[in-house]
Design a protein around this ligand. Structure first.
Ligand SMILES: Nc1ncnc2c1ncn2[C@@H]1O[C@H](COP(=O)(O)OP(=O)(O)OP(=O)(O)O)[C@@H](O)[C@H]1O
Ligand SMILES: [Mg+2]
Length: 273
């Protein structure tokens, strides 16, 4: 099951060399190096259908980008390419800076995709496959579970958790190896409104601590404006709007400035103005 995605070129195993397993004295994970991501002329076709049509996008390290667009416009396709799960038909994706182990990427989906036969701590350790094992992996797993407020549940089974708690475990698994980029494909889409706001706050807090690049696909314009530094609207395979969100954090839902930015995005989505 591909719950974790590494860029194919970034996998330590990709060149035939075994993954390095580190001892407790060595830190297998650290804050991501300054890596810039650059997409040039990214086109994706399925048969004769062009889903992405020459996307150019530069994302500096640590930026929080939200991607919005109508259903079927190619958001998940773009995210899969960014996360290294899929290749473009043409065009290039470049990651500048860092070494192979610093170029880890992770993806999170709407469903938590936890292993039902593994305890919560072990589920988080899956994010360290090929990076750390044993005591080191257990310690790192507990540290990140602490961050998401679930350290006391490490020995329990996924089935006893609520939907929001399961997504917090999925977030912990995605972040335990300190990826430089976290791709999020509507990860909060199935949560109730209050849990969703709590998860937004948690995601923002951990993003501010860990400085990874976040690319969040969402259908929720308010969520995009609440969380992102920048909102990209995709329409007919192209970037129809690339809007900076220059609001201080933490952001208040329902302010006049928030409403104005949301209006601008909605106008573009519905072809108004
Ligand atoms: N593996 C595939 N084979 C053929 N067509 C595909 C494949 N993956 C996606 N598509 C098509 O590409 C288009 C974009 O799909 P994608 O999943 O990227 O859309 P999306 O913007 O994420 O939609 P949604 O908001 O509904 O999740 C759709 O028309 C879809 O049918
Ligand atoms: Mg999608």
């Amino acid at each position: 099951m591909s719950v974790i995605a590494l860029h194919p070129k970034q996998q330590p195993e990709a060149n035939g060399a075994p993954a390095t397993i580190l001892t407790p004295s060595q830190s297998p994970v650290s804050a991501p190096a300054p890596l810039a991501l650059s997409l040039r002329g990214i086109t994706k076709r399925f048969g004769d259908k062009t889903v992405l049509d020459g996307i150019d996008l530069d994302i500096p390290q640590g930026q929080f980008v939200a991607v919005i667009g109508k259903s079927g416009c190619g958001k998940s396709t773009l995210l899969r390419i960014l996360a290294g799960l899929d290749s473009p038909t043409s065009g290039t994706l470049t990651v500048a800076g860092g070494n192979a182990s610093e170029r880890r990427s992770r993806i999170m989906f709407q469903e938590p995709r936890l292993l039902p036969w593994a305890r919560i701590g072990r589920n988080v350790e899956v994010g360290l496959t090929g990076i750390a094992k044993g005591e080191v992996a257990r310690d790192l797993s507990l540290q990140i579970l602490q961050e998401v407020g679930l350290a006391d549940r490490a020995e329990e089974w996924p089935s006893v958790l609520s939907g929001g708690q399961k997504q917090r475990v999925a977030l912990a698994r995605a972040l335990v190896a300190h990826p430089f980029i976290l791709a999020l494909d509507e990860p909060l889409g199935a949560l109730d409104a209050l849990t969703r706001i709590e998860m937004q706050q948690l995601l923002e807090r951990i993003w501010q601590q860990q400085h990874f690049t976040a690319v969040l696909v969402t259908h929720d314009v308010a969520e995009a404006v609440a969380l992102a530094d920048r909102v990209v609207v995709i329409d007919e395979g192209r970037i129809a709007l690339d809007l900076a969100i220059p609001l201080a954090r933490p952001r208040r839902h329902g302010s006049a400035e928030t409403a104005r930015l949301e209006g601008q995005i909605l106008d573009r989505l519905f072809g108004r103005g």
